[in-house]
Design a protein around this ligand. Structure first.
Ligand code: HEC
Length: 144
């Protein structure tokens, strides 16, 4: 699942860019490679996030984000803001029944879950990177 999607995206990106860019402009190729790398990583993070979400979050928020013990995430404006989702995962909301995951999940796992959740239910196209989680960990929940 992960590999074919990645290849598909890379191929689509390469085709779109080679069609749009005249061949003589060699320096643009570096941008094309960066673009493809970013698209590949976004796709990889999103597909890594799906099973992690199912395992860590789906029990309370529903496999399809429909809600349960926790609020629904599908159609919830909260999941349009990656920073808010990262913070919620790190710190939780213990008094309302959501545990903190700062000591349970690493930066990449939280980035993957956030990418999956914001892309699936928040129509967010940009991936959440492990660097973003690392930065917020420093401010929101101390080091790991
Ligand atoms: C044990 C149940 C439980 C688990 C597991 C859990 N949550 Fe929650 N979650 C809650 C509850 C309850 C709330 C509501 C907290 C509140 O009232 O502020 C919540 C709130 C949220 C919110 C804010 C929604 C809103 O409208 O305020 C987000 C986003 C969220 N959770 C994402 C996640 C993600 C992602 C995971 C997995 C890493 C996760 N949750 C795991 C119970 C859970």
């Amino acid at each position: 699942m992960k590999l074919p999607l990645t290849i598909l995206l890379a191929t689509a990106g390469a085709v779109a860019l080679s069609a749009a860019v005249p061949r003589e402009q060699a320096p643009v190729n570096a941008n094309a490679e960066t673009y493809i790398q970013v698209a590949q990583d976004a796709a990889a993070l999103r597909s890594e996030g799906q099973p992690l979400y199912a395992k860590e979050c789906g029990g309370c928020h529903g496999a399809n984000g429909q809600g349960g013990d926790g609020p629904k995430l599908a159609g919830n404006d909260f999941v349009k803001a990656a920073g808010a989702v990262i913070s919620q995962i790190l710190v939780g909301m213990t008094e309302h029944g959501m545990p903190p995951f700062a000591d349970v999940l690493n930066d990449r796992q939280i980035a993957a879950i956030t990418t999956y959740v914001t892309a699936t239910w928040g129509q967010v196209t940009a991936a959440t990177t492990p660097d973003m989680v690392r930065t917020m960990r420093g401010g929101a929940a101390g080091g790991m």
